[in-house]
Design a protein around this ligand. Sequence first.
Ligand code: FE2
Length: 379
Amino acid sequence: MSNGFNIRGYDYVEFYVGSAKMTAYWYARALSMNITAYLGPETGVRDRVSYYLTKNNLKFVITSPVQPSCYDVYGFIQQHGDGVKRWAIEVDDVEAAFKYATGNGAVMVYRPVKLEDDHGYVEQAAIRLYDDTELVYINRDNYDYLFKPKYCEPVQKINIDTIDTGIQGIDHIVGNVRENEMNLWANYFNKTMDFETFVDFKAGDIGTKYSALLSKVVRTSDSKIRNPINEPFEGMKKSQIEEYIEQYHGSGVQHIAIATDDIIHTIDSLRKNGVEFLSVPDTYYDRLRERDDVQIEENIDDLQKHGILCDTEGDGYLLQLFTKPTSDRPTFFFEFIQRHGNSQGFGKGNFQALFESIELDQKLRGNLDRDPTEVMPPC
Ligand code: FE2
């Protein structure tokens, strides 16, 4: 039965960062996104700047404070570092989506509002997710300019030399939450947004000999929105989820998976543009060649050359690769993914190789065994 608001798909994701100008440059240079619009003092907003970047269906907003009074952004980055503040989903009816959510227990951030200017209006409302994260319902059908009111053409037009990456849009967004919070948030999505639990990875399904996690995937029934939620599980050493919670100082968005139609080209371009990826050992490809169930269009030598992972979970197969954390804290990162056939998985067969690679970096950072109460000497 229809829920009355119809989720169309992902709209934009907004990041709060220390320096939006520099970060927007990285997104334009490294991911070959276009700086499409800008909001700031020049457009009448005194305390912050936002850069709106687009590439095919991918839409990011990068925001920084420029006045001490910009408490919400300063508070966020002081606590969490650079990270995802909000992600938006496009709906037919913002009012109906908001009513459905709050009527089923969602925590309100703000009620439906109409943002207007000479180009029309945008409707949006927001509910709370995780600690400091928000989910925005948006409809921009009646707006015919760049993005939203108060955004204008970029004030500074700089020519950024980049190699096209061919990235298309968001495949899924993943949240990391504390121990015993995963079910709470999975139920929250299911009840307030009419999602369903698609996959439930239990104890022992995901992990290495050192660290483990539990994961549930919630999604819309048509799979347009897919949202895995991870929580740490007891292991011999500190799991990557525990490291995230400790370094992010709370729960939040761990990674965004970006879809591509040609992952070999995408990863090749991203590497040339300076993006750093987790490394995959050659033994991974030796094992891949030995598997009878792996029938893929791509040449495994090409996958090995570019360090791309392959998984055959479910119908079809997927190819994926994960970046290193994109900021200084080991928190948020990107995944790039190409799905073939009716592949609906998330790379379960690659989790072990992925975790082992992350553990190498955790060890370098001293975060695999470190006592969190340890006092650091001055630098
Ligand atoms: Fe993922």
